[in-house]
Design a protein around this ligand. Structure first.
Ligand SMILES: [Zn+2]
Length: 343
């Protein structure tokens, strides 16, 4: 079968790999119908050291179940399923807590052979705990939005939840990438009164406004902080969604947070620490991490199925599997916000 493998920074290829097979009795094999490229895939695309084995890429997919192991009870062959970016047994205490990304038997897709989603098929551990079967033969036009429930929309929702977004609050979203845009959708959905999007790309900022952003800040650093203060009567935002993960974005998040407010971090941190003294004296809550998107599908799915939210609009390019390397280039050069791979 064909699968996307990265061998070094800038060197990603679609290659022939052995067909995936069931390994554990709790496994399923999913034939991928839609996958995509994540902003987090761009980190190795920029800095991965040469590796002859390569890394199987992709952790977001919708597909059809092709085979199930002997101990799989709920998932059936032929089910159309959402594959969250992490696998989880669905039975441990942490899964019951709704933090499936910390499942004691869990792990992440897109880093082991046969377990990358930018491929014709992949092996799913703990199929019953991991996969989310779509209720009916969902409308094809909704597939892009449904695909976002495997990561990006759930991640934006997680940022908003951790940042304690609530009706009447002032919210700032740092980052106009796909996660930040989904953070805007989430903040609007949760009733925020003011939603400030912070980014630099006119097309993305326009989309953010269509999703519900009320203000746009294009400055960076200290100027951005001043701008957000002006927009919030000098106080800062109650809720800050940090959707980038750089040192500067982490510092900005703290600078623009209102005293007593909260920061939801979902950009994988490429920095060492959050300013401890500053967050202490501002009484700012800092939280976040890999979003337990599996837990959020129940809540977000009806809004997608009924068209109340359209997170699939973050996909501004659709390609075939063989064109995946070009998709990486397009996202890396900011030509595309997020690329959907249609199989
Ligand atoms: Zn678990």
């Amino acid at each position: 079968m064909r699968a996307t493998v990265m061998y070094a920074a800038g060197d990603v290829r679609v290659v022939n790999v052995p067909d995936v097979t069931l390994v554990e009795p709790t496994d399923a094999i999913v034939r991928v119908t839609q996958a995509c490229i994540c902003g987090s895939d761009l980190w190795p695309y920029r800095d991965m050291a040469q590796n002859e084995q390569g890394q199987n890429m992709g952790h977001e997919a919708i597909g059809v179940v092709e085979a199930v192991g002997s101990e799989v009870r709920k998932i059936k062959v032929g089910d159309t399923v959402i594959m969250p970016f992490a696998y989880s047994d669905g039975t441990c205490d942490l899964c019951h807590d709704g933090i499936q990304t910390a499942c004691i038997h869990g792990g992440f897709f897109g880093n082991a052979p046969g377990m990358g989603a930018q491929a014709e098929a992949l092996r799913i551990p703990f199929a019953d705990g991991t996969l989310y079967p779509l209720p009916t033969q969902a409308d094809g036009a909704l597939m892009a939005s449904l695909l976002t429930l495997s990561d990006v929309m759930g991640t934006g929702h997680h940022a908003a939840r951790i940042a304690q977004v609530a009706p009447g609050k002032a919210v700032a979203v740092i980052g106009d990438g796909a996660v930040g845009l989904c953070g805007v959708i989430a903040a609007k959905r949760m009733g925020a009164e003011q939603i400030i999007i912070m980014g630099r790309h006119p097309d993305r900022l326009r989309l953010a406004q269509e999703f519900g952003a009320t203000h746009v800040v294009t400055e960076r650093g200290e100027e951005a902080t001043q701008k957000v203060r002006e927009l919030t009567r000098g106080l800062g935002a109650h809720s800050v969604l940090e959707c980038v993960g750089t040192e500067q974005s982490a510092q900005s998040a703290v600078d623009i947070a209102r005293a007593g407010g909260a920061i939801g971090r979902v950009g994988v941190p490429h920095y060492a620490s959050v300013p401890a003294v500053q967050t202490f004296f501002k009484n700012v809550t800092v939280g976040g991490g890999p979003a337990p998107v599996r837990a959020y599908i129940d809540e977000l799915l009806p809004d997608v199925l009924e068209g109340r939210i359209q997170p699939g609009r973050v996909f501004d390019r659709t390609i075939g599997l063989e064109e995946t390397p070009r998709g990486y280039q397009a996202m890396d050069s900011r030509e595309a916000i997020k690329v959907l791979i249609q199989l």
